[in-house]
Design a protein around this ligand. Sequence first.
Ligand code: FE2
Length: 207
Amino acid sequence: MSETMTVAGAAFALPKLPYEENALEPAISARTLSFHYGKHHAGYLKTLNKLVEGTDYRDEELEEVVRRSAKDAKAKALFHNAAQAWNHGFYWQSMAPRGGGEPEGKLKTALERDFGSTKEFRAAFSKAAVGQFGSGWAWLVADEGGKLNILATADADTPIAHAQKPLLTIDVWEHAYYLDYQNRRPDYVTAWLDKLVNWRFAEKNLG
Ligand code: FE2
């Protein structure tokens, strides 16, 4: 899932962006992407690398760190930073420079099966993204039986800590859109679905 690579004993590394910083314009500006990736995402990893020093989380894969620290009451800050590091890696891949349009193939079939139509899915996903109070994420997920669902999570929380398989996510923290849209989160969500959503990535995750 995440392209983050870990080498035993080495720090968790910032995954490479799958496109140039200006590749999502005009829906998301290079300025937003530069801050979001270069400051926020990089910042979570920097803090995470400090927090795992001297712990047995240090040699695990990032996904495993997220899952295990979610259940560790003494590792709250570590969980927040690990989850944000993982979520952002997944978010970059949930977008593509020529994304948007309509889902196809088995993803389309699954969306129609579980939401009635791709239009109804879009409406429900938008509602979750726009309606998430404060900072967080909206997700398309599959449960253990393969049924698709929409989930909104607060702050750093992530479906991988709750035995849900994420297919797609949109970051609705203000840092994801404020420079381009100010407080107009609905406009960001609309532009994201129209121009950026990476259906192929979601279909690949469906397995
Ligand atoms: Fe973010």
